[in-house]
Design a protein around this ligand. Structure first.
Ligand code: HEC
Length: 301
């Protein structure tokens, strides 16, 4: 293969350090983004962990209840004892009457339990020191507002496209992936990014599109990981991986142009089985030694 570019492994060390520094920082950024998703959207249905429900609630809203109820059952659960939370929820279900707000003692609970965080000095949090601030949360939850979707959409489109610009640029110097697959890996994140943003809007209209949010997000993550790992390995571990290690078999397979596609697949499967076999044996041994006895003892009880 003739190359019109300097392969990653042949770049000067300062450039490699620059590339690696960028990739590592963006990688850590990606991790924090995932943690943030887990804590904001992940808690939308009141349970830890991301599910389709979370995404539906975040964008379409939980149209069977109000935002205030969901938060009281979700991320705000720890901020008031059960009894008081129920009182607030009762008041909301009864129509959030402004007179009952004072008379039923809801105001006192909110002042005591919520205003320490939700006051006018807290930037970014709604102010609950007056009923006006609480009011919007007592109506049916229709998910993300169009205003907030527009804001987040444009930030994501501009910001994330830049990340993939540089990750893709670095990865474009790799040599172990064929041009065809490189094009796919570099182009895919952009397609998924647009699909992801579109799917938020679509989910706002119909909850069925929550699946598209997950699918597009995963596609973006997979292409990111693939480019990241390939770039780092080629820069620093070219010899141990692609000359002497597992990667060399992959390269052999890739350049074996004569073989038909089924033959190539067969060869790939053989390689995989060879590598996977010891791993499977390890897992099997662990399963028999640790997990199965545990299940057995549970079943006996
Ligand atoms: C320890 C500080 C703290 C206390 C106390 C607190 N909150 Fe919150 N509240 C937050 C933070 C931080 C957020 C934003 C993150 C989130 O939505 O989980 C938030 C978000 C909310 C939201 C969603 C706001 C929005 O626009 O998305 C509602 C509704 C809410 N809280 C209600 C309450 C109620 C009712 C109470 C009292 C029972 C309460 N909070 C007590 C810190 C607090």
């Amino acid at each position: 293969m003739t190359q019109k570019y300097t392969p990653l492994k042949d770049h000067d060390t300062p450039i490699k350090v620059l590339f690696t520094g960028y990739l590592c920082t963006v990688g850590v950024g990606y991790l924090f983004a995932l943690i943030q998703i887990l804590f904001t959207h992940g808690m939308a249905d009141g349970q830890f962990g991301l599910s389709v429900d979370d995404i539906v609630y975040s964008y379409y809203g939980n149209r069977s209840g109000t935002m205030l109820e969901q938060k009281l059952n979700g991320s705000m659960k720890e901020n008031a004892p059960e009894q008081e939370r129920f009182k607030i929820m009762d008041w909301v279900r009864d129509g959030a009457d402004p007179y009952e707000y004072k008379d039923d003692g809801i105001e006192k609970i909110v002042q005591e339990r919520c205003v320490m965080c939700h006051n006018k000095d807290a930037s970014g949090l709604p102010d609950f020191s007056k009923l006006e601030g609480l009011k919007p949360y007592t109506t049916q939850d229709t998910g993300a507002t169009f205003a907030s979707l527009t804001r987040v959409s444009h930030i994501h489109l501009f910001g994330i496209s830049f990340i993939f610009m540089f990750v893709g640029l670095i990865f474009s110097f790799s040599e172990t992936t064929t041009t065809q697959y490189k094009c796919i890996a570099i182009g895919m994140p952009y397609a998924f990014l647009i699909a992801d943003i579109m799917s938020w809007w679509l989910t706002k209209i119909d909850p069925i599109f929550a699946w598209l949010v997950i699918f597009a997000g995963m596609g973006m993550g997979i292409s990111f990981m693939f480019m990241w790992v390939t770039s780092i390995l080629e820069m620093w571990l070219y010899k141990p991986i692609f000359v002497n290690g597992l990667g060399s078999r992959y390269l052999e397979w890739r350049d074996n142009g004569e073989a038909s596609i089924p033959d190539r697949l067969l060869a790939l499967i053989k390689v995989l089985i060879l590598e996977v076999k010891p791993a499977m044996q390890f897992i099997k041994a662990q399963w028999l030694a640790r997990v199965w006895p545990l299940i057995e003892s549970k079943l006996k009880k």
